[in-house]
Design a binder for this molecule. Sequence first.
Ligand SMILES: [Zn+2]
Length: 338
Amino acid sequence: MAFEQLIGQKDVKDKLNRALETGRLGHAYIFTGERGIGKKTFAKEFLSAAMCTNRTGSCRCGKCRSCTILEEGNNPDLLTITAADGKSFISVDRIRDDIRETISKAPNFSAKRVVLIEEAEKMNEAAQNALLKTFEEPPEYAMIILLCDSLLTMLETIKSRAVVVDLKRNTDAEILERLGKTENANGGGSVSNELVLAYADGIMGRIDDIIGNGEAMEKRRELSKLLPGVFDGDIEAKNKVKDMIDAKSRQFDFIFFSMTSFVRDAMVLARFGRRTKIINADFRDELFALGGSVGYYRLRDALESIDTCYKNLGRNAVPDLTVDNMLIRMGMREETGY
Ligand SMILES: [Zn+2]
């Protein structure tokens, strides 16, 4: 069976294996689910089996021309479309011209000619309408696969003509299984299971943000040292934290997660005592001290400021001002009335 080396997503595997086994493949698929959930991994496994000319059951052979050149990354029967560098949209021209041209020709080496559109939510309505034209009477060999974080961004007319493959959050056991594999590949683990489970929150791809990546853990350590200064209104500490927050960085989400979970842990320790269960148990002493000096209510207000800042940055508010505002609020000491 295909997908055997991938962890979890049993319903998705069953559905796709059945389609591959019976050969009843759709012309259009939408793989959907949150960022990092594994859409691309599953789609690639699926399309390589669909393209294989010598498939056994649902498994690609790994030896035919289609399989070998796909593995090398140069199978001309696969067209991958992504938003051009840094662009926030996929142009109508790419959809209209490139896809039409690809699909007008029979495959050279494979059983299918496949168009994979990554970040399909970056197609505006005009681009989606252009895509719809190719959906109308596709040739037998054509297959279009869309990857998108949320189905809400897709036109009803597109959704109704495609098979929707909905990837769900993984269980903690599945996250830990994958963590074990990743740590073995990286030579031993240095991150606690509690931290990984809390950060991953069921999303496999988030493991890669923190494992095998000393930088993320180093930044977390640095942040833990800077937080007391931020609450004291110390300018240097604030500037250093500000430098760590870069929306384009791979660690962006993890930095915010760390800041949120440090503050929440400190708050919990301040209220319920030193031995309360927390996520960042490796910083228990520091967080207990922070909880004692800053106090429950200021920490609670800080959590709100952090959350607002995180949401605003996601909405492309002016980054400098948004982060400044958060750090200033965290450093404020006026009485809150409690
Ligand atoms: Zn093959």
